[in-house]
Design a protein around this ligand. Structure first.
Ligand SMILES: Nc1ncnc2c1ncn2[C@@H]1O[C@H](COP(=O)(O)OP(=O)(O)OP(=O)(O)O)[C@@H](O)[C@H]1O
Ligand SMILES: [Mg+2]
Length: 257
């Protein structure tokens, strides 16, 4: 059975793309067939995975697939064994208005990827930092939501916005959407603040599972700048170990191991 997971947070720069990319690599290397979907007009995930080749995808990208102008199978790119990408493109922001005016606008991504779901074990969707039509499509197409967040004051209270949106999606377009968990990112032990915020997070949202914490690590930034996964850039480092642990946790939750 295919599991579709939205990596989402309306707040920018919290690690959505980093999480999608590294969890994607890690799941693929554990033998799962993985499709990454980039619905962010900033196309950071696509650029991280295929670099300047993003320019070749003007006519074949997630936006043209959502508008039925391109075939989904012909649009998917193989990044490495078991790891495929449905790319974004810089024209995706222009597509947004077309999608908003299209029939069945909340379900266009779901319908577009439906025929290829049997080819994959996991579909991970990287979302933009906004609550627009792309995030609505992504959550409508998903079984689970994974929320990376920073342990700052606004990072913690901002979670309520995501929970409100998920409640709306459950009542309007996808009643089986569930929260896989929160992933505290950029964690540092240099001050007591993140630990205090982690406690506040538990107290404020007692129902929300809090998964493996990802440390703040320059290696993650450098890996992203070079378009590499943390497993290629610094295998065995703190960040790679944290992502491996998170992967085992996700597999356990999803596959019930
Ligand atoms: N644990 C970490 N330690 C250090 N740097 C990190 C960590 N996680 C992410 N970063 C860096 O923080 C920046 C933002 O991360 P990322 O692009 O993954 O966030 P995002 O939520 O996808 O952003 P956006 O909302 O713009 O899409 C990047 O430069 C990334 O390399
Ligand atoms: Mg991003």
């Amino acid at each position: 059975m295919t599991v579709v997971i939205s990596v989402a947070n309306q707040k920018g720069g919290v690690g959505k793309t980093t999480l999608t990319l590294n969890l994607g690599y890690s799941l693929a290397r554990s033998g799962r067939r993985v499709l990454l979907v980039d619905v962010d007009p900033q196309f950071n995930l696509t650029f991280g995975l295929i670099g300047m080749d993003v320019l070749k995808h003007e006519e074949r990208n997630v936006g043209t697939v959502m508008m039925r102008e391109a075939d989904v199978e012909e649009t998917i790119v193989e990044v490495e064994k078991n790891l495929h990408l449905l790319p974004s493109h810089l024209n995706l922001s222009a597509k947004e208005i077309e999608i908003i005016n299209a029939y069945n606008r909340e379900r266009r991504l779901q319908k577009a990827i439906n025929p290829i779901l049997p080819d994959y074990d996991y579909v991970l969707i990287d979302n933009p930092p906004s609550m627009g039509i792309f995030l609505v499509n992504s959550l409508t197409a998903s079984d689970f939501v994974l929320i990376p967040l920073e342990l700052s004051y606004f990072g913690v209270i901002g979670m309520q916005l995501m929970f409100n949106l998920m409640a709306m999606i459950r009542s309007e377009t996808n009643e089986s959407l569930s929260l896989l968990g929160l992933v505290p990112n950029k964690f540092t032990r240099q001050t007591k603040v993140p630990k205090t915020r982690l406690r506040e997070l538990r107290e404020t949202y007692p129902e929300a599972p809090i998964l493996t914490t990802i440390p703040k690590a320059i290696a993650l930034e450098k890996a992203q700048a070079r378009g590499m996964s943390i497993f290629d850039y610094e295998p065995g480092g703190r960040a790679a170990k944290a992502f491996e642990k998170l992967t085992r946790e996700v597999i356990g939750l999803v596959e019930g191991e």
